[in-house]
Write a protein that binds this ligand. Structure first.
Ligand code: GLU
Length: 554
């Protein structure tokens, strides 16, 4: 088609578009940012399903931007209405808020915030149409009237010829349709999509550096992809290129599933005369399934959904900490050297990102989480558990908040010091960890040491009743238990007992175990000195008395 025909076609297809790319450029001026500042974005579709992959990318985006004094923004990619769900945008915003990944600009609960909006693609139709019209004018886009059936037929033929699928080369049948024929089709009311005139011939190649994948050598795009669907809505390919350009994105962080279509995007950036951003294609999250690795799947793996972590009560800090171990290979080493440093003090770099699948392992996350929780102050643990239980365990919430000081004292046990206790991995385990501190949850019973006789158990419990004094320090407390044991024929030290087992009924550990079972109903508990002090004398005495009665009544 001649230049003139192109201009005529542009008017025919977009009679109402009067804006020009230059005007758009003026509306979205280049950002004034310090040298080296990176601009990144999260660009999710509002499907209502937020998954680990989103978080993985968002942490990368957020770190790259905020470490460099740049901007991290949220753009809603809502062009595909079939995928959009009611409340999807709110879910996205809530999740990133919860995970402590603050956006500097973009979509918010109450509209948009920032100068580069609108930040929701459906509100940007006029912008896409402006560029689409310009591409038509320059002969770089054209209408294609192929129906679904035509395309299905084409696909069959391609299959038979063992040709690549798609709309390219000789298969791009409407590429050079004369203007008159286009006019006829339009007059007949035929539906059309707007396609891009690709620059590649299927042979040429180009080079590009991806910040994770390294040097890429790929075929120049030869696919005449759809830019605007028949309803005028842009495809992802077209919309994101325009948005990332106008919004000044410097680094496009996205999952490696987009790598295959990178040639299309590069071709579009070039055709539109835009500078190509840096690409950061992040590795897929994988998991072990038996002895083989596979991609995490929405259908099979509940742990893919971010809601899973919320419901289980994984602290945000744990999930972020663990994802960081997957994101940067030198993170764990840094953490060992800086056990108490804030996560944000770690220098995140794309150089240390893994190029192939990152192996996600829930057990590893649990370990990381135990460590993370062990480092939190008791007040923070209280606050987090109170927040979690409010939504997921109202009974626990009621018990904890009824006496904040009491609950905090429980969380204080074994905290601080060189070797903090690591018994809690998720907030949903807290209840069974501390149930015996609350009469409402306490289940009496539990197994006394097998080799301790009924008489000795009773003697220990009855003998201890008059001894417990809340004023004792840990040494005095322990001496009383030891002395009681010795008076009943137990060895004061495990070693003594082991050297001469026939001379004793057991050792001091058995004596404490009897007390532990009577008071907590279990054989495993945090430090009994702390436990008794928190429970208070009345309750210690009451539980021992009840235990005595239970044994006697059997
Ligand atoms: N809307 C795309 C998605 O949800 C975004 C990909 C990108 O970040 O460019 O996967």
């Amino acid at each position: 088609m001649s230049e003139q025909d192109n201009l005529a076609l542009a008017e025919l297809l977009f009679p109402n578009v009067t804006t020009t790319p230059e005007e758009m450029e003026a509306l979205y001026p280049v950002r004034e940012l310090p040298e080296g500042a990176k601009v990144t974005r999260m660009a999710p579709s509002p499907t209502g399903f937020m998954h680990l992959g989103n978080l993985f990318g968002a942490i990368t985006d957020e770190r790259l931007a905020h470490q460099s004094g740049g901007v991290f923004y949220l753009r809603i990619e809502d062009t595909d209405q079939k995928r959009a769900v009611e409340g999807g945008v709110e879910t996205i915003i809530r999740v990133f808020q919860e995970f402590g990944l603050p956006f500097d600009e973009g979509a918010t609960i109450d509209g948009d915030n920032g100068k580069y909006g609108p930040y929701r693609q459906r509100q940007r139709a006029h912008i896409y149409h402006t560029y689409a019209k310009d591409l038509v004018r320059r002969g770089l886009a054209y209408p294609c009237f192929c129906t679904e059936d035509d395309l299905a037929e084409m696909r069959k033929q391609q299959e038979a010829e063992k040709a690549n699928f798609g709309y390219y080369g000789k298969w791009a049948v409407h590429r050079d349709m004369p203007l008159d024929q286009i006019k006829e089709n339009l007059a007949a009311g035929k539906e059309y999509v707007l396609r891009f005139r690709a620059s590649g011939d299927g042979i040429q190649r180009f080079k590009l550096k991806d910040l994770v994948k390294g040097d890429l050598d790929m075929p120049v795009n030869d696919q005449d992809v759809v830019l605007l669907k028949s309803d005028g809505i842009p495809t992802y390919h077209f919309a994101h290129v325009i948005d990332d350009h106008l919004m000044g994105t410097t680094h496009v962080v996205r999952g490696e599933e987009w790598l295959a279509t990178l040639p299309i995007h590069v071709d579009l950036f070039r055709a539109l005369g835009f500078k190509i951003p840096k690409y950061v294609h992040t590795a897929q999250l994988m998991k072990m399934d038996g002895s083989s690795k596979r991609k995490l799947s929405k259908r099979k793996d509940p742990e893919l959904a971010l809601d899973f972590y919320r419901a289980e009560g994984y602290p945000v800090a744990s999930v972020k900490e663990y994802l960081m171990t997957l994101l940067n290979s030198n993170f764990e080493e840094w953490r060992l050297a800086n056990p108490t440093a804030e996560l944000d003090q770690f220098k995140f770099t794309t150089n240390k990102m893994s190029t192939s699948g990152a192996l996600f392992d829930l057990d590893k996350l649990r370990d990381v989480s135990k460590n993370t929780i062990a480092m939190l102050p008791a007040e923070k643990v209280y606050e987090e558990v109170a927040g979690w239980s409010k939504e997921f365990d109202p009974q626990l919430h009621e018990l904890l908040t009824r006496d904040q000081a009491y609950a905090t004292a429980i969380f204080q046990i074994g905290r601080g010091g060189k070797k903090p206790r690591k018994d809690i991995a998720v907030w949903s385990e807290v209840k069974s960890y501390l149930d015996f501190f609350y009469d409402e949850l306490f289940v009496p019973g539990g197994d006394y040491p097998e080799h301790t006789s009924r008489e000795d158990i009773l003697a220990i419990l009855e003998g201890y009743l008059p001894l417990y004094d809340e004023g004792d320090d840990q040494n005095a407390w322990f001496d009383k238990i030891t002395n009681l044991g010795v008076s009943l024929g137990f060895a004061a030290k495990t070693k003594e007992y082991k050297q001469n087992p026939d001379a004793y009924k057991g050792h001091v550990g058995d004596v404490s175990m009897v007390l532990r079972v009577a008071i907590t109903g279990r054989t495993n508990s945090p430090d009994m000195y702390d436990v008794m002090r928190i429970l208070g004398k009345d309750r210690v005495v009451e539980r021992i008395e009840n235990a005595i009665n239970r044994i006697k009544s059997k």
